[in-house]
Write a protein that binds this ligand. Sequence first.
Ligand code: ZN
Length: 133
Amino acid sequence: MAKLEHIGIAVKSLKDAITLYETILCTDCYKVEAVESEKVMTAFLKAGDTKVELLESADETGVIAKYIETRGEGLHHIAFEVEDIYAEMARLKKEGFTLLMDQPKQGADNKLICFVHPKSAGGVLLELCQEIK
Ligand code: ZN
């Protein structure tokens, strides 16, 4: 895998979290984007070579709403950038990892994404992402 692309943080209020992380990282949020397929609103801030992705549920049935309901706000996933998401998915599947989807989905920030189940990744939800060129 190429590099740590971003860290995803589940938040109740995107507006409050943007203000908070703008203060922490001393930089402005550069993008706010809805991801319809995940029922989520995202906001991105740069942190050196990587990014922080803030995630707010678009409604109470979304995955982020459910996550916050059971585990509270906080670290949701870490994302690794890959060159070829199809090849990485096939490799991990062969290695016995549980992928949360059979095909990559359109994610935020112009990426194809796929999640790896935390049960097969040491308790961490992993996202593979590949830039759409
Ligand atoms: Zn992400």
